[in-house]
Design a protein. Sequence first.
Length: 343
Amino acid sequence: GKYALLYVGSNDGDMAFTGAAARIDFEGPFYVGIGVCAHNNDAKETAVFSNIALLTNLPSPETTVLYSTLETQVIASTDRRVTYVAPIHFEAPNWLTDGKTLIVNSGGRLQRIDAAGGVMETIDTGFAIRCNNDHGVSPDGTQLVISDQSQEGKKSLIYTLPVGGGTPTQITSTGPSYWHGWSPDGKTLTFCGQRDGKYGIFTIPADGSGPETRLTITDGLDDGPEYSPDGKYIYFNSDRTGRMQIWRMEADGSNLEQVTDDEYNNWFAHPSPNGRFLLLLSYENDVKGHPANKDVTLRLMALATKEFTVLARLFGGQGTINVPCWSPDSTRIAFVSYQQISG
């Protein structure tokens, strides 16, 4: 389709998908071939290509396998690095406060992996074995927050537990509740919840000591709330004007204002820890909801100028950046891309 995929392999082994996938839109007549470029423009070398075949009209594969790729990207250069790729489904990366470790969810459990690569390790979440992709880390780095639907009623509820794993403590009593943000002072959680048939933005004390407070109500959908790093605002996405766009309000729900107003459907706005940028996931304008397996774009908005930079065009959507995904020093982001590979 629209993606150029990179495979590598040894001389005597099978080629394996590396997770590298670049979206390239070919238009009109074009040439296809293999070339080589000198690294040193003062040197002359000979390159020999062999066993090359150019095939057209390839048969459609009978089966495909979903590959998930955990990636990090440097904001300054936009360089993308693959941390982990596998023929399984995982999603929604967070950074731990050490700036070296990532967390994703897969198969209802949380997994921990070094941002430089390695093996995924399952985090003990006790009875919570149906964790969805709405999870995160406390500002002081000592706790995890999860949204799990393994208990009676099978509705998503919010829990906290030690960052290394352990027995969850229930925070919300009503579901479905989907966590998205933790206030910088560590005292309050913000989440998306459905009450009386309508979704809205809520807050609740992070230690579960008080009731939830509803901040928004609309006939459409408000989702993905997240605090600004100074704790003054909560950013969220809403389709209250028709198309899904980014909004913000003060942390008590007052002074609602629209942040984006363009041709995309914009989801999951994540403020950078230094307060300079807003990362968001953009779908084409004909896409409803936030489905998986769509062509999407990661865009960066400079809050001072409202100017956008395209960071990546990829195959993803649901699971790509559902939760806070900035490194603590604001230099990198983490996200998950996907590909359907011939089985």
